[in-house]
Ligand binder design. Sequence first.
Ligand code: NAP
Ligand code: G4F
Length: 320
Amino acid sequence: MKRALITGINGMDGSHLADLLLTKGYEVYGMERRSSSKNRTNTGHLEGRVTFVNGDLTDQNSLVRVLRESDPDEVYNLGAQSFVGESWNTPEQTGDVTGMGCLRMLEAIREYGKDVKFYQASTSEMFGKMVENPANENTPFYPRSPYGVAKLYAHWMTKNYRESYDMFNVSGILFNHESERRGIEFVTRKITDGVAKIYLGYEDHIRLGNLDSRRDWGYSPDYVECMWLMLQQDKPEDFVIATGKSHSIRDFLDVAFNCVGIDDWSNYVVQDERYMRPAEIDVLCGDSTKAREILDWYPKTAFQEMVSRMVKKDVGLLSD
Ligand code: NAP
Ligand code: G4F
């Protein structure tokens, strides 16, 4: 039986990846930070099936201990300060967790000395102000946020350790992906939660920032599958994972409000300066031809279907 260690287990992707690996017969270890109140909203259903271990990406010794406790064949490094907007408020902490955290895990694995396959959660934020549209594995990077810069450091460290120490390290450069388990601070979930509240009569508007930026949005359960696929290859390589289609925030609002029978949302959305960013990425769009050809991976869930599932889930949660 293979053993996998997932950092960021309680996050959106961590919980979906654990679901997937359990169906494949893995023994799954999930790393979480110690805190006075555990946030297991996404992972409550995994208690008893996943072994939760305490560790922090800002603490080298804790990572060494976690590796000893889990003795993994595969490590998926999904832990991060992952909210782009917050990275301008806490650039140093973001660099520490999101950038240095990856280096600490690589060092811990190197010292551990056994053959461990390593997955790094890289991001389309590294393409930032895209110099080529759609972006592929050879497109130059141009990050536009402290988060994007921290992720780029982690990305290059992953590659550098692969080349320096012959480690099986891969980076998945994933474009935006969402699900019913998305954190409430991200625009998609903020919208579906807001739409549900308006539909049920709890609120009368949603406050948002830039409505014109465009993102290439996929569905998280589809995307975690390619993380696993990348570690099953003979040779460690990096892959771009995307749908190839971009939608604006306005498009997202159209579909989300439409799910509750509202065609014109203009009276329900207020633009608020507080949610504007110091530097914005106007558009992100990816070309995942390489993943299709080598991993036989393609996105299965359509944009409309994903938005509709998120709205339904939020209406259900608020109606309970
Ligand atoms: P998420 O829901 O924000 O989950 C991130 C997880 O990291 C949380 O469980 C958080 O734990 C944990 N974490 C934060 N600081 C930590 C620390 N110091 N030590 C250990 N763990 C820590 O993110 P996600 O959307 O699932 O994304 C998973 C990964 O993919 C992240 O690295 C993200 O940057 C990257 N990524 C995401 C997307 C996307 O569109 N979702 C696209 C590309 C790349 P707490 O619960 O304790 O806060
Ligand atoms: O949902 P967002 O916060 O996601 P963002 O910044 O694209 O980052 C996500 O995807 C990255 C991959 O490209 C990941 F690496 C990262 O970890 C994260 O998962 O914002 C999306 C867009 C932005 O243009 C933002 O300015 O929505 C715009 N927006 C407009 N109003 C808003 C809001 N974003 C948020 N969070 N909140 C708003 O009120």
